[in-house]
Design a protein around this ligand. Structure first.
Ligand SMILES: Cc1ncc(COP(=O)(O)O)c(C=O)c1O
Length: 392
């Protein structure tokens, strides 16, 4: 067995068996109805990517041109893409060396320095909740809309008792590969006010649709045969031929929609969500118990742990060490303040978040998905500890 952070690790055998079953045309509508009901939102628009939902949500706010949207300064390029596609600019709020979300105090300071901030988006990085009560208070005092990007945190219950996605003016969901609800790709905007309906969502190329549907199969084969070298070769081949969907591919400019089978997967994944969260929390508790304080971030009992973050002084050496034991963790969220690193040059990020830069140079994510059981979590912790003893 080999373990990965991503590469289809979210799919259980039921998904792999099911993806090619014909799916009803009613599935997108069923998903839409389910989401509206679950989050008590009057308006739901399905999208093909979480970033499309963010753009659509921001456009609904009708902010003045060139407004700033305050976001977490440790985030994904897709968020930058979404904000600029809506016609706005991001204002990056720095995190701290131990906290992966910005605080209300940081937001307060930013509002003084940048009166042009017209909306605030929270991220709940890796499913660790932001200090929502304090942030909401600041937003209220400044009469600013607070919106929720739930790409990492579907299923999270805030300390206030509210479920993530029910609190902001709107919430954007991502059902992309390696997310909490994983339908290879997909997303949704949940709003209270009617959303300008997208009459004809933009089309998705046949090849991309096929690659997405094949993905649970391709990755199951790759993961199982990685040790033998076959999987490695297949990964290279599918990457070079475009037969594997890449998470960063896509754009936020036009709203597209999910395929019927993806809507079905997303809906069924919601049925298993509380069991999945319990599993992720159980695995995270093992890392939490076994790893030393210096390597850990501050977290919360509410956290749903899409991944379990740790930090070390030379993450690339630890990644190399773990490979010997078939533990492959090179897919790091995030290796730059606006990650992935090789996308940062496309943004206007210019060192505004020194603490996020520091974290990005040290972070590694440990997996919490279904493929990691308690024994594996202990094995991974043991190998990390072994490396720490030798190197720190
Ligand atoms: C914090 C955050 N927001 C939004 C997104 C966008 O999701 P998607 O890839 O579905 O567009 C991602 C991931 O790509 C993310 O990490």
């Amino acid at each position: 067995v080999s373990w990965f952070n991503s590469l289809g690790s979210n799919y259980r055998s039921a998904t792999v068996r099911r993806v090619f079953w014909p799916a009803s045309r009613q599935e997108p509508e069923r998903l839409r109805a389910y989401l509206g009901d679950h989050y008590e939102r009057a308006a739901v628009q399905l999208t093909y990517k979480g970033r499309e939902a963010i753009t659509l949500g921001l456009k609904q706010l009708e902010l003045p041109k060139n407004s700033l949207v305050a976001i977490n300064g440790f985030t994904c390029y897709a968020v930058y893409e979404a904000i600029t596609a809506a016609g706005y600019k991001p204002c990056y709020l720095d995190i701290s060396k131990k906290e992966l979300n910005f605080t209300a105090a940081t937001l307060g300071k930013a509002l003084k320095a940048h009166p042009n901030i017209k909306a605030v988006m929270i991220q709940n990085t890796f499913g660790i909740p932001a200090d929502i009560a304090a942030i909401a208070k600041v937003c209220q005092a400044h009469n600013l809309p607070l919106v929720e990007d739930l790409a990492h945190s579907i299923g999270l219950q805030y300390e206030t008792g509210q479920e993530a996605g029910t609190l902001g003016v709107w919430a954007a969901l991502s059902f992309s590969q390696d997310k909490m609800i994983d339908a290879v790709s997909g997303g949704a905007l949940l709003a209270h006010k009617p959303i300008v309906q997208i009459k004809k969502p933009a089309a998705i190329a046949k090849k991309s649709r096929f690659a997405a549907r094949l993905y649970p199969w391709t990755t199951a084969i790759i993961r199982r045969t990685f040790r033998l070298g076959i999987g490695r070769g297949l990964l290279k081949f599918t990457k070079s031929t475009g037969l594997i969907p890449r998470p960063m591919n896509g754009s936020a400019v036009a709203v597209r929609t999910v395929s019927n089978w993806q809507a079905r997967e997303a809906r069924l994944a919601y049925e298993n969500l509380s069991a999945l969260i319990k599993h992720r929390q159980k695995i995270a508790a093992i890392y939490e118990r076994l790893l030393p304080a210096e390597a850990k971030f501050s977290t919360s009992p509410q956290a749903v742990y899409l991944r379990y973050p740790i930090m070390v002084s030379e993450p690339h050496r630890l990644i190399k060490y773990l490979k010997q034991f078939n533990i492959y963790l090179s897919d790091i969220w995030y290796d730059a303040a606006i990650g992935p690193k090789h996308y940062t040059h496309l943004t206007d990020y210019d060192g505004q978040c020194p603490q996020a830069d520091y974290v990005a140079s040290r972070i590694i994510n440990l997996p919490t998905h279904w493929q990691v059981d308690e024994a594996t979590a202990k094995l991974i912790s043991g190998k990390v500890l072994e490396w720490l003893k030798l190197n720190q």
